[in-house]
Design a protein around this ligand. Sequence first.
Ligand code: SAM
Length: 215
Amino acid sequence: ANNEFDHPVSPNHIDWKVFYPAYPSQPGLVEFADVGCGYGGLLMNLATMFPEKLMMGMEIRQKVSAYVRQKIEALRTLHPGQYQNISVVQTNAMKYLPNYFRKAQLSKMFFLFPDPHFKKSKQKWRIVSPTLISEYAFALREGGIVYTITDVEEVHIWMAKHFQEHRLFRRLSAEEMATDPVVEKLWDSTEEGKKVTRNGGQKFCACFERIPSAS
Ligand code: SAM
């Protein structure tokens, strides 16, 4: 597989008009990032829920990201004035996330049904690791939220453990999750979530708040 992509040198080198060509006014900063967005179901769901927020899906597979791009274009045509706030980029988010987002730019990050890898030797390929969590903390603003859901309990335990152990994150309580209207969208918006439902599988959800660095 070819895992090298044309990637921007830094967030300052991105022409956001390319991603959001008809967004009313000059596009501001992307605030939501869907990491490993797959077929983009979550973005399409959140687009109309947060019409004033710019969102970016990051997907490593060329064909899948091309599909999402076409789907977004079709939705834009079908619903004039809508879906201008979502876009997708083909990239390895584990490698290039800091090339896309500045410090404290994001208010929400999503990890929905990330690919599970069990073997010890493959741990470095996990989309959630102590090193990567520090990068996510950098891109997120204080009060920003990381949303995770998976059907693999071991992955859930892994993600929860590492976010909870990180000094810049705090796990949300069940009560806090219940008051966030985004949480209910995590379960069945995406292809993978629907597949797990069809197969009668279990899902494990956890959310974490980016807390201030100075204590
Ligand atoms: N979030 C989607 C959903 O819920 O349907 C997709 C879930 S799928 C199991 C995991 C996705 O993450 C795949 O589409 C895969 O190509 C993508 N992916 C894996 N590693 C990635 C990486 N390093 N950067 C970007 N995307 C990645």
